[in-house]
Ligand binder design. Sequence first.
Ligand code: ATP
Ligand code: MG
Length: 717
Amino acid sequence: MDVTPILDGLNKAQREAVTADNQALLVLAGAGSGKTRVLVHRIAWLIATENISPHAIMAVTFTNKASHEMKNRVESLLGRSASSMWIGTFHGLAHRLLRAHARDAELPDTFQILDSDDQLRVIKRVMREMNLDDNEWPPKQAQWFINKQKDEGKRPKDIQHNGDLFISTHTKVYHAYQQACATGGLVDFAELLLKAFELLRDNQHLREHYQERFLHLLVDEFQDTNGIQYAWLRLISASNCGITIVGDDDQSIYGWRGAKIENIQRFDREFSDAKTIRLEQNYRSTGTILKAANAVIANNQERMGKNLWTDDSEGEPISLYAAFNEQEEARFMAARIADWHQQGNAYSECAILYRSNAQSRVIEEFLLQRQIPYRIYGGLKFFERAEVKDTLAYLRLMYNNQDDAAFERVVNTPPRGLGQKSVEKVREMARIDQSTLWEAAQKIVAESALTPKATAALSGFIELVKLGYEEFHPLPLSEQIQLTIESTNLMEMYAKEKGEKALARKENLAELASAAREFDVEDYPDLSPMTAFLAHASLEAGDTQAEQYEDCVQMMTLHSAKGLEFPLVFIAGMEEKLFPHMMSMEEADKLEEERRLAYVGITRAMKKLYLLYAEKRRLWGKETYPAVSRFIREIPAQLKEEVRLNSQLSQPVFAGESESAQGANGFNLGQFVEHPKFGVGVILNYEGEGAQARVQVNFDSVGAKWLVLAYAKLEAC
Ligand code: ATP
Ligand code: MG
């Protein structure tokens, strides 16, 4: 085959990486240098020139969306299908393996995946049964403990507690939780990875089978793999397996979830013949953006060190905008985006990034006001919305009666007159009999162990689930979903909610049916369509929805932005305590991780970057006057410019010309004022009018600050 398209559009170092015949290859390079592009081209190269069958290739990406894109790009380079290739996230691939070998993994064929919400629900129940007090032993902490152990490959028996009550108690919870999951045929996210690892570790026959099959393993975003993922990769790659990893130590941002940058060094050590290739040219961003990113990350000590340059033009300066508060910050972004769109650009080329999910609500309000379409990416995912989860829980229970988490979720949703007491009886029965909630419920109905009304309600619930399965399962997926929504009265329940919310829920449920219609069962060859769909719903970030094809602004956390790029990027909330996050400011290594996150954020921008901060923000329920983020200060002055609203208002508003402001406030340039928090300062500058009027004051304590007059409580002194 003609390999020109595969090698065209690659620089020398990229070509070297794509065509390398080394068994182990490490591409270590900064943001936007073409690492992902190298992976795509290398896969195509292996298939086209080395006659490697797609069947013998496994590729790992960080998100589902990235795997779909990678597969499409490989196929378009090759001009043919590569569908037998295994490509997905670590979780997706582990799931695929467990489905194919459920029995060997000691899982029921119908096992279902617990998302972290469901997981917490099960943990809570287990802890209640153990009589552990919620306040003393917060279930979230137990969840964190369990997942951490799993990420490190540990089962309860492997944990040493040495008399430590925290560890020994949580180990007991872990043990009991595992039992509850085993009875229910439930597998959480961390368990997917650990089980898939154990499956291959403990089953020589299977291990050899896959080791023979996969001749090439390729991993994107390697810097964010955790211990168990690394161990899994080692297990599946036999001595003759080619392994290519690409990553950037400066973009490791999941340390808090157990990811280990050291895996890069470890790889280098353990694969002794590994060749390292560095890519140094950035193709994504303007010179200014790149310089800013390099300057920020240079403040980190723990770095492997790299060069990154671009031959793109310097481009525009980075715009800083000091908003009055978070509302005004959002209003500013909405206005800029409206201008951008008016100039003929697509909304989808623009991203708003933020440190914390909670920031999105205010931004949404202002986008809505301006009728700017947007989509929240990776926030509350489609499949995580309450109405969608309720519907899916019914379906899960129909297909797997053992699913306790699903049972708990819908046994009294919509309300059918089963109070906490009745449900507690069911739990107790299950505890005594060591059975599932479903079995316990049946027994309770048979024995009429509840009040007649509650017994009837419980029996109605059981019949509803049973009948649902019997009647619906031969039908197409989307019809099953539609009928489930109707027969369970979920829609009726939501219709009772107020206005917009009810409408949104209705639309989401319609969307669920259409997602099922479009669902491609081919990705899950050996499963019944509904089991496949339910698994897909737990694993997918909901990013296959139709919405993604619409032209809308992309909103997401900085963490979810990894690997992506946009011509226009806003980073909102560049303030100390918010970003870097308060929880990470005290410890050097956590602060370095925040800085890497800033590096990730800045390097998402191709042409234009706005950094925003507010002088006043409601944070965690309190009014705060944050200081500007150190990451802004770390950007050299010549790369940034302050944006001022109404710059035509360069004439003093308080110096006499404007009677209203003068009359109302009586402040003048050069005047000394006192602020309740910052103390005494002198007025340097001012702008805006009325409610938006603000002044710049040089305080003795904190230096120059812009303050909104309406809020600042300044007093003349
Ligand atoms: P990140 O670290 O953010 O994941 P990356 O190193 O994976 O970035 P890519 O996403 O592969 O970088 O590439 C960044 C951009 O540069 C993409 O738009 C890509 O198409 C483009 N690009 C990469 N290499 C070249 C090249 N040789 N010629 C032209 N464009 C390129
Ligand atoms: Mg990439």
